[in-house]
Design a protein around this ligand. Structure first.
Ligand SMILES: Nc1ncnc2c1ncn2[C@@H]1O[C@H](COP(=O)(O)OP(=O)(O)OP(=O)(O)O)[C@@H](O)[C@H]1O
Length: 616
């Protein structure tokens, strides 16, 4: 478990937000540029329409009845305006036109930003998904399934929200800059006062942003823990219920919910105080602004009114800046979490960066584990495999026996190229498989573990995963070889029967037989059976063994089993003990050794009924 304590990079307020925006910009530079252009256009038209209020407001003090506005003698940004007179209707028409334009610009901007956001979220999700799919098995197997699931679902939704908030922040900032320029056109000192006041208030609120950041990390941890609890609960639901353990799970879950609630309450309380203080500060600023403009700067009433209109639009933006940054800081850890997870997976990509899968020819002579040593945990004293040499001749069946934990599944993982030997080599026809050949190698394999994997779909769909073009006849043949034909025929909808979530509507043995049939249907060059028939009755198991014996010569079989019937058809046997090969040889030879591991296994099974009778 590497990711329980993995450090999440420190992010600070605006810098964290900026990193997310940069990532979005890298993803959709052109779209962001277009959206920003329309955003600026929208803000400028809005600002100009407000500035047009200035001459209209001056009319109020003139008392003239022709409502003509003389621009002569007025200045904008220090430049004199032309000496012309504009009718009130023209001016009002211009304002309406500008508002319509602003609405049109905003619409384009909104569509571009929404598309950008969706594509960004989807590509983040797809990026993580494919990073999981292509990472080295050792890396994935050490991560918690619940964490990966949570990262791919809940955390991505939080990232989408963070992306949305970041884009809102950009809009607020752009709006503030434009309003700043427009205000300068009316009064430089009062603009500097108003914006300076807003900035100082923002700076003073830094502790509240820190609070949001801390709360964000707390929420992150709490949600990860909750996702793990949910996953463990659902996976072990049957066991939990059978042992009346549900109340314990429920209580544990409720405790984490209570913790989250207490954190949320504390944050909401302090956050509301921060927002309240900011609101009061802005009101003080506005009062000081009016006082200063009229008493000391000597602004005309019309100028001050326009500035106030602008400030009424600027104030919520300042407030929004603070509120959105806080909202972002709460959800930003999800973004860092996914970035961290994805980069760790990508750093451990099977075949390395820029990997291109190389094709591999099917084996013609033999697959050889040549003096292989493997440790599941780096630096641990016990090796799962210790200097093991195991030969799988092509077209033959080789059996692997040994006590639980002896290292049999580890051999299967090495043969599949899922894990790399720490010492020794995996050779196919004398050639050591390279990293980039491992995927190509797996094209020739079919693997059936004890724990089957079935989709929540029909039996037909489950079989078709490996052979989409298989005919009905081929499917029936594969089912017959897996001793699954009779029970499938007896189902009301036959091949079109749905198997339930992960096959829960079938019995354990039925699930295993469907998984076996699927492997047969693939017609692999190499078939690996890892306790694949452990849940089958004796008769079904011997039917499967007979089918495998019939296919002798067609494929290379590695069978890992504790029962003699799934070993008896093998040509050669290896016996493992604590990661070492302690016995090996042709089946017939080993059976003749009375004190050998294989003979003991067969003798034990044979004597089982007799011993049971004795016990009774
Ligand atoms: N992912 C893992 N991380 C750490 N140790 C592991 C991991 N997988 C297996 N091991 C350890 O490696 C050793 C060999 O395990 P392996 O699964 O190969 O045994 P096995 O012979 O297949 O056992 P069984 O018959 O019970 O399936 C065991 O001691 C096991 O605890």
């Amino acid at each position: 478990m590497t990711d329980d304590h993995s450090p999440i990079p420190a992010v600070e307020g605006f810098r964290g937000a900026a990193a997310l925006v940069r990532a979005m910009a890298r993803f959709g530079r052109k779209r962001l540029a277009i959206a920003l252009t329309f955003l600026v256009l929208g803000n400028v038209t809005e600002g100009v329409s407000i500035l047009l209020l200035l001459p209209i407001l001056t009319l109020a003090g003139q008392g003239s009845s022709d409502y003509a506005i003389d621009l002569g003698g007025r200045h904008l940004f220090g430049q004199p305006l032309p000496d012309v007179s504009i009718g009130l209707e023209v001016l009002l028409g211009a304002i309406v036109l500008l508002v319509a334009l602003q609405a049109a610009f905003n619409r384009v901007k909104a569509v571009y930003l929404s598309d950008l956001l969706q594509d960004f979220a989807n590509s983040t999700r797809a990026g993580l998904f494919s990073a999981v799919a292509s990472a080295r098995w050792e890396t994935v197997v050490r991560m918690r399934r619940a964490d990966l699931e949570h990262a791919l679902t809940g955390e991505i939704d939080r990232i989408t929200f963070s992306g949305f908030v970041s884009l809102s922040l950009i809009q607020i900032l752009v709006g503030l800059v434009i309003y700043f320029v427009l205000c300068l056109a009316v009064s430089v000192p009062m603009t500097l006062f108003a914006f300076g006041f807003g900035l100082v208030a923002l700076l003073l609120l830094k502790p509240y942003r820190k609070l949001a950041e801390r709360y964000g990390h707390k929420i992150q941890t709490a949600r990860t823990v909750q996702a793990r609890l949910v996953s463990e609960f659902i996976t072990g639901l049957k066991t939990a219920r059978s042992m009346n353990q549900e109340p314990h799970h429920v209580a544990q879950f409720e405790r984490t919910l209570d913790g989250t609630k207490a954190d949320a309450h504390d944050y909401a309380r302090r956050n509301a105080l921060g927002n309240g203080l900011f609101q009061v500060a802005l009101a003080i600023g506005a009062a000081a602004f009016v006082l200063l403009s009229l008493r000391f700067v000597g602004l005309e009433m019309s100028q001050m009114l326009v500035l106030l209109v602008i400030l009424m639009r600027v104030t919520p933006r300042f407030q929004g800046l603070q509120a959105q940054v806080q909202a972002l800081l709460v959800d930003l850890p999800a973004w860092w979490r996914v970035v961290d997870l994805q980069s760790r997976l990508e750093a451990n990509r099977e075949g390395g960066a820029g990997f291109v899968s190389a094709p591999v020819a099917p084996p013609r002579h033999e697959i050889l584990l040549d003096r292989v040593t493997y440790r599941h945990t780096e630096g641990s004293e016990e090796a799962a495999l210790n200097d093991c040499t195991i030969r799988l001749p092509v077209g033959r069946a080789t059996a692997l026996i040994g006590a639980s934990g002896a290292g049999k599944s580890t051999v299967a993982d090495i043969v599949m190229g899922l894990i790399r030997p720490e010492a020794g080599r995996l050779l196919v026809d004398g050639h050591e498989l390279t990293e980039s050949e491992r995927r190509g190698w797996r094209e020739h394999l079919a693997y059936v573990p004890q724990e089957t994997f079935l989709l929540h779909d029909t039996i037909r769909a489950n079989l078709a995963i490996v052979a989409p073009d298989a005919t009905e006849e081929e499917m029936h043949q594969a089912l017959a070889d897996a001793a699954a034909d009779r029970f499938v025929a007896a189902l009301p909808e036959g091949l079109d029967t749905r198997v339930g979530d992960r096959g829960t509507l079938l019995s354990g043995g039925e699930r295993q037989r469907i998984a076996l049939a699927r492997a047969f249907l693939k017609r692999p060059a190499v078939l690996i059976l890892d306790e694949a028939t452990s849940a089958l009755d004796w008769e079904s198991q011997s039917r499967v063994a007979q089918a495998l014996a019939r296919r002798a010569g067609e494929m290379t079989v590695l069978t890992i089993a504790h029962r003699p019937s799934m070993v008896a058809f093998a040509d050669h046997v290896y016996s493992l003990e604590a990661g070492r090969v302690v016995e090996e040889g042709p089946m017939a030879d080993l059976l003749r050794k009375t004190d050998g591991h294989l003979s003991r296994m067969f003798a034990h099974e044979a004597s089982e009924p007799a011993r049971l009778r004795l016990a009774q």
